[in-house]
Design a protein around this ligand. Structure first.
Ligand code: ADP
Length: 371
């Protein structure tokens, strides 16, 4: 049976490819008296399927009669005339496709077609006259996102479990310790430190989820970064272990940037905090602000241990640390740079990290200035 390659343009607005082709079938059975649309205005079915971004095959029996451009890119050029079982060599797909009566079953997951890590959902719909439409939906990215989400939950739970187990252990020991005041004091201070660690982690997790929830909402306030840096500087000098006094400011007069003040304050806190933590005690931590064309560049420079090049691309991943033990002992959560990255992305800015082992690290954020 030949396929009618012309179909009414009005039917092309249909949401799904399968629905469109079913509509094609219906269009042939037009009610008596309906005017025939002018044939020249109707797009060819092949052109319509080529406009679909995902691979689509039309199959008669088990022979491919039509393959769109996306299908050819994924499965090769010689598709038309080929047996569909050879074009999609996958056991579950073969079971569904070799059963000629079975049209509209549930979706089937395919892995490895068009690339080892490529994942697809295959849908098969009967479209009449012994023909079936096979539609592949790319699931690679959504699968990777789902994987990232489950890894994140597993990592976060693991990070919380360690201090929680320590606190529980010390509570049990204290219960058995009797009246030893010195031991009591020591254990309570360790428990306090572990509780603080859990609190920091929970606060960073809350920050991260808030920032992610807002990621498509562009910030709109005009923020004076010079004043903001002065504010953070004053806070760090007043609190902490005296390391705040090593901060050196090199702030040029810069125009205001478009931003979310609280989030930009968090960026400065996290980056200066890292420079103070990982920089050698007593060495300067420089905060520089400069205008570059239509942008403002904030750079934090430390003279610390530096970061080996192979780690740099991964530092903004959640919970990634060069040295886990060191980060933990300094009160790190492993989320600081992930938070910075998300805030900078929301501001349509750029984050860059340059480092030399044994010399120090420069982390810079470039933000668009207020129009
Ligand atoms: P953390 O809470 O562990 O500091 P971050 O996300 O802020 O987490 O940073 C991730 C890792 O990047 C840190 O554990 C550390 O190994 C490395 N790092 C970040 N900033 C610096 C720096 N200024 N100097 C050296 N290493 C750094």
């Amino acid at each position: 049976m030949r396929i009618d390659k012309r179909w009414p343009a009005a039917l092309l607005a249909g949401a799904s490819v399968a629905a469109g082709v079913v509509a094609l079938g219906l269009s042939v059975r037009r009610a008596p008296g309906d005017a025939e649309p002018p044939v020249d205005d109707e797009p060819a079915l092949g052109d319509v399927l080529d406009a679909v971004a995902e691979p689509v095959l039309l199959v008669e029996g088990s022979a491919i009669t039509l393959a769109n451009r996306a299908a050819i890119t994924v499965m090769g050029t010689q598709l038309v005339g080929q047996d569909v079982l050879a074009a999609i060599p996958h056991p579950e797909a073969a079971e569904r496709l070799s059963d000629l009566d079975m049209g509209d079953g549930g979706p089937i997951e395919l892995i490895g077609l068009g690339g080892a890590k490529q994942r697809w959902q295959m849908r098969v719909n009967a479209v009449g006259g012994g023909r079936r439409l096979i539609h592949l939906i790319d699931q690679t990215e959504s699968h990777a996102a789902e994987r990232m989400r489950t890894d994140f939950v597993a990592n976060a739970s693991h990070e919380l479990r360690t201090p929680l187990a320590a606190v529980r252990g010390f509570i049990e020991t204290l219960e058995e310790a009797g009246d030893d005041a010195e031991m009591r004091g020591r254990f309570l201070s360790i428990m306090g430190a572990e509780a603080l660690r859990m609190q920091r982690l929970v606060e960073d997790l809350i920050s991260l989820s808030r920032i992610e929830a807002e990621k498509y909402r562009l910030p709109s306030d005009a923020v004076d970064l010079g004043a903001l840096v002065d504010e953070v500087h004053a806070e760090l000098v007043a609190t902490g272990d005296g390391r705040g006094r090593d901060i050196v400011l090199a702030l040029a007069a810069v125009p205001e940037v478009t931003g979310d003040r609280a989030q930009l304050s968090q960026v400065v806190h996290n980056l200066v905090g890292n420079a103070m933590k990982y920089g050698r005690p007593g060495t300067p931590v420089k905060i520089a602000l400069v205008r570059e064309g239509d942008e403002v560049r904030l750079a934090i420079v430390d003279r610390g241990e530096g970061i080996p090049a192979k780690h740099i691309p991964r530092l903004t991943q959640r919970f990634y640390r060069v040295n886990k033990g060191r980060s933990r002992s300094l009160g790190g959560t492993g989320l600081g740079l992930a938070i910075v990255k998300h805030i900078v992305e929301r501001h349509r800015g750029r984050l860059s990290i340059a480092s030399q082992v044994g010399v120090g690290t420069t982390v810079a954020v470039t933000l668009p200035m207020q129009p």
